[in-house]
Ligand binder design. Structure first.
Ligand code: PLP
Length: 385
């Protein structure tokens, strides 16, 4: 199989898997227990927290909250900071973008039913959040701005530092969903100047079911997950120390891969775009490569239904997707492609290619050659759009 669907999930790195097994054996205690087994796990947990804080350039290890993944981190940030700001400052404005993952849009929509005022910012044709619209939307009632660092479908990198300045100038908080940025972009919470950031290990060669919520010290936050006092009262639930150990190694490795092999991955992605556009007539790039994460290309094929093409590609041993994996069942173009201003036909003919550090130049050529064969053949068949 050629896996060009690595924004859906990444294969677990061998070193990460070994760490998961080692930590499961060695740190089997409950990190909250007061006896020696628990204390041993608790001490190791704090070591992991400090290592994660170092990669993210957090000011304090205590700013790292471990969660079950990206969806939980996003829900916790939006609910936690939204209610926290409302309780502390009476603010009820939530500002987000039209191309966020559902893990952000859905909690924002829910807050909208609870007396919050939600503004969804439009994006330009390349998928960049419109800063003029942000300037018009953020005001002294804004509690939180939540905009992703990199988009999962088209890879667009968002102007987070500018949005952070805007939010802070108005006394608001800013959260960024960086789930698709780890291993592809520098994740420096101080440079980005964000109050909260979400990460998910399975997007950077770690296991599923574990993530991070970076939460700046003293940020107004109403605990989302209620129960015990774990994670310094910010996330109840027995802490998954072995998974966190694996996440820690995965994050360190992803950061190293980005620095050492990021240019190579970008060159592979660029090669894919060049070869596909040259070999397949009626193929077009959505967005631009300049403002896109180094592994992602969204390409549309005129006169072809993407769902049919994906099936033929799968039969030929090539994995890709129409967009977010959570939207696999949908027949209509995603909200992200709609926000770019694509027509329904253009959106339906779009395929997301997301490469990873395991891919090769030979695979790229094989994919382009296969598409050059499959796309014209499909065009001669009836399409549902
Ligand atoms: N945010 C973005 C941008 C994503 O791409 C995803 C997963 O596809 C998520 C959030 C959800 O993360 P998780 O799968 O860890 O719940």
């Amino acid at each position: 199989m050629i896996n060009f669907d690595q924004n859906a999930t990444t294969p677990v790195d061998e070193a990460v898997l070994n760490e998961l097994v080692r930590a499961t054996r060695e740190f089997d205690g409950n990190s909250s227990s007061g006896h020696s087994l628990g204390l041993k796990a608790g001490k190791f947990l704090e070591e992991c927290r400090a290592r994660v804080a170092k990669v993210l350039n957090a000011r304090k290890p205590g700013e790292i909250v471990f969660t079950s993944g990206g969806t939980e981190s996003d829900n916790a940030a939006i609910n936690g900071m939204g209610w926290g700001m409302r309780e502390k400052h009476g603010r009820t404005g939530i500002v987000t973008s039209a191309i966020e993952h559902r893990a952000v849009l859905a909690p924002c929509e829910w807050l909208g039913t609870q007396g919050f005022r939600v503004t969804v910012l439009p994006v330009d044709g390349n998928g960049r959040t419109r800063l003029d619209a942000a300037r018009a939307a953020v005001n002294k009632d804004t509690a939180l701005v939540s905009v992703m660092l990199a988009n999962n479908e088209i890879g667009t990198i968002q102007p987070i530092a500018e949005l952070a300045r805007l939010a802070h100038d108005h006394g608001a908080l800013i959260h960024t969903d960086a789930v698709q940025a780890a291993g592809k972009l520098e994740l420096d919470v101080q440079k980005l100047d964000v109050d909260a950031m979400s990460l998910s290990a399975h997007k950077f060669y770690g296991p599923k079911g574990v993530g991070v919520l970076y939460l700046r010290d003293r940020t107004p936050y109403h605990t989302y997950m209620l129960g015990g006092t774990h994670e310094n009262n910010r996330r109840a639930g027995t802490v998954a120390v072995p998974q966190i150990a694996a996440l820690t190694v995965a994050l360190e490795l992803a950061d190293k891969k980005r620095r050492e092999k990021g240019d190579h991955l970008r060159a592979l992605r660029d090669q894919l775009v060049r070869e596909v556009l040259a070999k397949v007539p009626g193929a077009h790039l959505n967005g631009d490569l300049e403002h896109s994460t180094l592994n992602t290309a969204s390409i549309r094929f005129d006169g072809v239904y993407g769902g049919f093409l994906l099936k033929r590609m799968d039969d030929a041993g090539i994995l890709a997707s129409a967009g977010s994996a959570c939207m696999w069942e949908r027949t209509k173009p995603s909200h992200v492609l709609n926000a770019l201003g694509l027509t329904e036909e253009q959106g339906s003919g779009t395929i997301r290619f997301s490469l990873g550090y395991t891919n090769t130049a030979q695979e790229v050529t094989q994919v382009a050659d296969t598409l050059a064969r499959l796309v014209p053949a499909l065009r001669s068949e009836p399409q549902p759009v």
